[in-house]
Design a protein around this ligand. Structure first.
Ligand code: KIV
Length: 264
């Protein structure tokens, strides 16, 4: 199997075929993820919650992101690796350049930044220098304190229009991928149709170009009540590889996410 690239993801979008994405933080899960032919691996700062046990992603450091990106890269042969820039690691363009470089040198092919229009210049500079960016919009967990909790975003017509505009503007600034978290399905569809780059959704409905889940969530390991958008594929399949393969099959065939995993 050849390695996923931004080019091959664009092709899938043009063909109307769904892409798959899942988080990984180490080499062993990464090898299973490759076996299941998952297109994209996200080295997410969700590791602060599912590996480190914090109640937010804020404590995660650049050093930790670099370490886990190296671990994933060591186990990877076929997926595109996207790595999160952690809280406050891109507050200036200079910082974003230095930290983005570290993640690319650790094995990432794309870096992910959370935020809106204020990221335009940063995305432009990173892209110009060969660092492709995924812009994370909607529920941005690094802003949990500002947002007042992990809530669905873009529910009012004004908020929805503003998110749509942000996606369009950030694509124009050079974003190669958009990730949309916890927005109504109709808005997920509208944004995927409005931009030409791939849109990855989590709790953003069935019509985004790709889906992502946190691996600990879809294997039923994360403690506590799962979020609405989570499905436990391990409970359904009984084995890790089969769970990953079922996720791929259900995303590609349009069976996941089902209405019970989506927001109105
Ligand atoms: O950090 C992460 O795993 C993420 C996903 C929830 C999309 O950003």
């Amino acid at each position: 199997m050849s390695k996923t690239t931004l080019h091959s993801l664009m092709l899938l979008k043009k063909l109307g075929e769904k892409a798959t994405c899942i988080t990984s933080y180490d080499a062993s899960f990464t090898q299973r993820i490759n076996q299941a032919a998952i297109d994209i691996i996200l080295v997410g700062d969700s590791l602060g919650m599912v590996l480190q046990g914090h109640d937010s992603t804020l404590p995660v450091t650049m050093g930790q992101m670099v370490y886990h990106t190296r671990c994933v890269d060591a186990g990877n042969s076929t997926s595109l690796i996207m790595a999160d820039m952690p809280f406050m690691s891109y507050r200036t363009i200079e910082q974003a350049m230095t930290n983005g470089t570290d993640l690319m040198q650790a094995g990432a092919q794309v870096v992910k930044l959370e935020g809106g229009l204020w990221l335009k210049d940063t995305i432009e500079k990173l892209y110009e220098q060969g660092i492709p960016v995924c812009a994370h919009l909607g529920l941005t967990p690094q802003a949990v304190n500002k947002l007042g909790g992990y809530r669905v975003q873009g529910k009012s017509p004004e908020q929805a229009a503003s998110l749509l505009n942000e996606a369009i503007e950030l694509e124009a600034a050079g974003a190669s991928v958009i990730l949309l978290e916890c927005v109504p399905s109709g808005l997920g569809k509208a944004i995927a149709e409005a931009v030409s780059v791939p849109v990855i959704g989590i709790g953003a409905g069935p019509d985004t170009d790709a889906q992502v889940l946190v691996i600990y969530d879809m294997l039923g390991i994360t403690p506590g009540k799962p979020a609405r958008f989570v499905k436990d594929f391990l409970a359904q399949e009984g084995e890790i590889l089969k769970a990953l393969e079922a996720y791929v099959l259900e995303v590609k065939s349009g069976h996941f996410p089902a209405p019970e995993h989506c927001f109105k």
